[in-house]
Design a protein around this ligand. Structure first.
Ligand code: MG
Length: 271
């Protein structure tokens, strides 16, 4: 999982240095999309061994400080920024379409409970609209897991009733947000998973109900990465293993990603 910068060639070179062949391209909310298609077409043709599985859309103004802040600022749930972010998601899908990227994903924000009526229906209708927009480019639209339970996410997906609505499964998020066991969630959502994040973390402090858990280097948290990879094998998952590491220190982050590549190579027998 890597992020687009002002230079597509530099972003892709960063990925290539880890010796991996595929990734997910994050599009920061602050990035102007003007001229990006041409830049990325050029960068991708210069690195033909790297494929992009997903365009991951994030938005200006999102803040992951703690659970109430996430609820207030993340994804398409907050009203104040909804129209702007809906338009942005469609624009990112259009850019991804120009680059032949088959999937678009985002954090939708915590899906409201169905008994909330209007708030729930608005999110359902908006998700349909995004699925239909992505469908015009032959893309799936993926929802990141973790901000609600897998049961609630699955019920919502069934209610949206669009065959191209998929899941970007992040096992660490289930832990960080205290939303249940990731392997049970994987079993429940298995027919909808299009991509996965290989990310790890520990549960929040139970005495601080608003706190998120802490993200950790792959293998150093509570996911149980060998069991996660084994479970992916059991459910017949054939998509990419996208390493996600949010460590702010660039040097440490790069070292953790390199270790994660090694760990996944060992676990998948590709060493
Ligand atoms: Mg993730």
């Amino acid at each position: 999982m890597f992020w687009a910068s002002e230079s597509a060639a530099a972003s892709l070179e960063e990925v290539r240095r880890f010796g991996v062949k595929a990734g997910q391209l994050g599009i920061p909310g602050e990035l102007s999309l003007e001229g990006q298609a041409g830049q990325w077409q050029q960068a991708l043709s210069a690195q033909p061994d790297i494929a992009i599985a997903t365009a991951f859309c994030s938005y200006r103004g999102e803040d992951y400080a703690d659970i109430p802040t996430v609820t207030r600022t993340v994804g398409l749930v907050p009203h104040a920024t909804r129209a702007e972010r809906l338009a942005r998601t469609k624009a990112v899908a259009d850019l991804a379409g120009q680059l032949g990227i088959a999937s678009v994903a985002c954090h939708l924000g915590a899906v409201p409970p169905s008994h909330e009526g209007k708030a729930y229906r608005e999110m359902r209708d908006l998700t349909r609209e995004l699925c239909d927009h992505c469908g015009e480019h032959g893309q799936s639209f993926g929802l990141e897991t973790g901000q609600e339970t897998a049961e609630h996410l699955l019920a919502f997906i069934e209610d949206v009733a669009r065959s191209n609505l998929k899941v970007n499964f992040d096992p660490a998020n289930m832990i960080l947000y205290g939303m249940g066991d990731p392997l049970e969630a994987l079993e429940l959502l298995k027919h909808r998973i299009v991509t996965v994040h290989c990310k790890d973390g520990v549960r929040p402090d139970p005495e601080q109900p608003d706190a998120l858990g802490e993200e950790r280097a792959l293998g150093a948290g509570s996911v149980g990465i060998p069991g996660f990879v084994q479970k992916l094998r059991e459910i017949g998952y054939t998509g990419i293993l996208s390493i996600e590491r949010e460590e702010p220190d660039a040097k440490r982050r790069a070292a953790d990603i390199a270790s994660a590549v090694q760990l996944l190579r060992q676990l998948t027998g590709r060493i």
